[in-house]
Design a protein around this ligand. Structure first.
Ligand SMILES: [Zn+2]
Length: 213
């Protein structure tokens, strides 16, 4: 039998002697009282874009959904297996989060795969290809844009993907209702992994600017 990765065991040892000691009481009360995060973040699975790290969040502070390219599918109550929609349902209906942040990031492999017209599916299931199909109309327009460089196309689609996810969030009746009544706010953000810069989407224009921090 393969042994459990030693890097993880070492990390766990550090956690128990460091952060856990500092936050023992917090963990204990979170266990007894349950979690009540007020922010839900949808981020990419990419190992470089962990919301808890970027927003310096402790246990119980963020309810996080991660998938390839931080995407939200449209509301489709079709009986299929919708992992992202299930987590959204829990965050909105049970935790009653007040803010939802869709956070994309630079050099996203999922976005790169969507733009790459030459690559073959990674497996018979072509799960990534099908998943990135959520962005197909925008992807096709960007792919055919000759005046943009590959890097510009990549950044543009990363940001369009965030707006697309926000639009799809609003296709969920509960989310739309809560937003309209002022009980839930939707936000977009884009993290530049090469510089550490966080860009925040202007809700009105859809443009991204760097906030004062
Ligand atoms: Zn990514």
């Amino acid at each position: 039998m393969q042994s459990f990765p030693s890097s993880l065991l070492n990390g766990y040892r550090n956690f128990m002697s460091g952060r856990y000691v500092d936050e023992r009481e917090r963990y204990r009360s979170l266990a007894e009282e349950g979690q009540s995060p007020t922010t839900l973040v949808i981020a990419c699975s990419d190992s470089r874009s962990a919301p808890e790290t970027i927003f310096d969040a402790g246990p119980g502070e963020l309810f996080v959904i991660r998938n390839v390219a931080n995407m939200v599918p449209p509301h489709e109550p079709d009986g299929q297996f919708h992992a992202t929609s299930a987590a959204l349902e829990f965050g909105v209906k049970v935790l009653k989060v007040r803010d939802i942040v869709v956070m994309g990031h630079g050099r996203c492999g999922g976005i790169r795969a969507a733009l790459d017209t030459t690559s073959a599916p990674l497996s018979d299931g072509d799960f990534i290809g099908k998943w990135m199909g959520l962005l197909k109309p925008a992807t096709e327009q960007i792919q055919n844009n000759d005046v943009m460089t590959p890097a510009e196309r990549q950044t543009a689609l990363e940001r369009i993907s965030i707006r697309n996810s926000l639009n799809n969030l609003r296709s969920f009746p509960d989310i739309q209702m809560l937003e309209e009544s002022g009980n839930l706010a939707l936000h977009g953000a884009w993290f530049d992994i090469s510089t550490g810069e966080l860009w925040v989407m202007d809700a009105k224009t859809g443009d991204f600017t760097r906030p004062e921090v």
